[in-house]
Design a protein around this ligand. Sequence first.
Ligand code: SF4
Length: 152
Amino acid sequence: MPEYNEEYEISGPKGTKRGTAFVDTGASFTVLPKPVADELGVTAYRPETVDTNNGPVTWGVGRADVSVGGKPAREQDVFIAPAENPLAIGANSLQISGFKLRAMSARARLSICDDCDQKRRHPYLGDTCAACGCLLELKSRLPGSHCPIGKW
Ligand code: SF4
């Protein structure tokens, strides 16, 4: 799982929480563990099925004001996950906050590829993907590119 940290501030009807959390660009929305959502007064208004390392699960989706890296807070959807899940900043929050996702994503994407069994080491070309045949160093830097099996 790719991890790098950013400061966050998340507010709901009952309060605000600040800290540093890892960025998970594999997650669409920011993830709030249930105790944190309860503390902030964020409640689910709909369910959504999420693909996790342990298979698909259904989490609640609520609304919260999220600020990442000191950028202005914006109201957005957040996942409300069971307590054992860590608070994590999702790709959607980065994009809404106006982060330069392209530069951050190359590093994050390559981190995902590092853990993937489709990654191959070519003797002349460097790291390649067995699923799509792409050169990973190049593919990871193309803003519109996608992992062929949905990992990023
Ligand atoms: S692009 Fe996707 S399938 Fe290919 S190596 Fe990276 S994570 Fe694996």
